[in-house]
Write a protein that binds this ligand. Structure first.
Ligand code: SF4
Ligand code: SF4
Length: 159
């Protein structure tokens, strides 16, 4: 189960049974907003060096207000991940899950299906029986191809 911990017995078992905590490896997509004062700081490097996290940059740019935006896929032991996120927030980086930033506006979507073949990750799928479109935000990499393709502007980016 994602984010859960489990325990294994450590050998030898005598004189008393000892237990080691084993963290689970997790992978999460997050949106980071860096205030101007932090955009030239090696903050992501510290996630690697000090928290042993791996990252994959999905999107990066600097806004006209010189705020930094990074969309990352972060992977590592769940304990390290939590500590790394805590570090980011402590230094002033805003962190939120990617799923809060790419949204399918259900009031605008008419299930036309135009976006389905465009999405490179299979995050937009046509349900075979109902022909309704489902958005699996856990697969979304924020490429924004669907945003440009949707004739009804139903796919929204809230970075
Ligand atoms: S292209 Fe837009 S309106 Fe059509 S299914 Fe996709 S989100 Fe809905
Ligand atoms: S932003 Fe990209 S990955 Fe996400 S749903 Fe749209 S096309 Fe798919």
């Amino acid at each position: 189960m994602v984010g859960s911990k489990f325990w294994i017995a450590k050998k030898p078992l005598l004189p008393t049974t000892q237990f080691l905590e084993v963290s689970e490896v997790i992978s999460r997509r997050v949106v980071l907003h860096f205030p101007h004062r932090l955009i030239d700081q090696p903050i992501v490097c510290r996630l690697v060096k000090e928290y042993n996290l791996e990252f994959n940059i999905l999107k990066a740019h600097v806004t006209p207000e010189e705020e930094g935006l990074l969309v990352l896929e972060l992977s590592g032991q769940d304990k390290n991940y939590e500590q790394g996120i805590h570090y980011l927030r402590e230094v002033g980086v805003s962190v939120q899950p990617l799923s809060q930033d790419i949204i399918r506006n259900e009031r605008r979507c008419i299930d036309c299906g135009v976006c389905v073949p465009i999405c490179p990750t299979g995050a937009l799928i046509t349900e075979p029986l109902t022909r309704k479109i489902h958005f699996y935000d856990n697969k979304c990499i924020a490429c924004e191809l669907c945003v440009d393709a949707c004739p009804f502007r139903a796919m929204e980016v809230h970075f």
